[in-house]
Write a protein that binds this ligand. Sequence first.
Ligand code: ZN
Length: 382
Amino acid sequence: MKKIYSLILTAILSISLFAQAPQSWTSADIYLAIKKLNVLGSVLYIAAHPDDENTGLITYLSKDRLYRTGYLSMTRGDGGQNLIGDEQGIDLGLIRTQELLAARRIDGGEQFFTRAFDFGFSKNPEETFTKWDKEKILSDVVWVIRKFQPDIIITRFPTTGEGGHGHHTASAILANEAFAAAADPTRFADQLKYVQPWQVKRVLWNTFNFGGTNTQSDTQYKLDVGGYNPLLGKSYGEIAAESRSQHKSQGFGVPAGRGESIQFFTATKGDQPRNDLMEGIDISWKKINGGDAIEKMVNDISASFDFLHPENSVKGLVQLYKALNAMPAGYWKNKKLDETKQLIEQCSGLWLDVFTTEQFAVQTDSIRLNFQFNNRLGVNAT
Ligand SMILES: [Zn+2]
């Protein structure tokens, strides 16, 4: 028995100990991340399946507007077709989960799911809710909203059925119901041990013109998400195509877009924006007590950033970290502390790595670990 246990452990270790090369950012990535320190806005996109999300919009919001941007997919796509392997059902859901995570690493979004199972095609939301426990899935949506605290939610589909698939319409119904439920302390009150109620400012439906259905109109708010980012050397449409092409099990390969890409939005909760998605929402440090001083520190770090010597920004970033740390507890304090910490690491150019030349390790055995520390930019790291 003990031998079998050891074999299993060896197998687990050999699977989970893949080397992970630490990622170093370019100075352009660092500069964008410094700019992002002064952006306190967030958007949550909601739909039903892996591939429903508008990757172009997510890329633009995350890389141009520098918002915290997330995609909440109700399901993991367990019920779809697999064009490149035999996996079906839950196994396919695992593959699609990884494909979505790979897409988000490219477009800069964050990925969330509910517990809803993709049981295959569904004609309408009534049928969908006979298979999904609506209260349970709504509680998952509310949980993500209370954790993520988005300023606005954008749905891919409407509640009225033009999205076709029952899961699509159900995802919009849940997003719109979650608008009130997430703000209501009497709904899913057991979550309040960990999170606070959260009032989203507006829910927008990102209308579409595909599959023979055109739900766009000139009265809706329009936004061009097809810009070019010279710091990244790419159009948002190019980055989006790379991201979308991660849906390999669905055989996706999307051509890169480099021109204008107009998106349409209509409010289903809250007021209709006229000039900007974030209209009427403060996305600056001004909404936080003592935030003015932080904004100024970030502006100074940004203005003095030297693309050839990012290590010169470490001192300012460490001061910023201390100033953030001294602020009262809060959501943006924590987010910006994390971002600043990552920037300090990246600006320092430090390389720290631990590796071993032994392929297998068994519990109670000893192995030799090699520790490598390289101060590549000569930053004062004491
Ligand atoms: Zn779908």
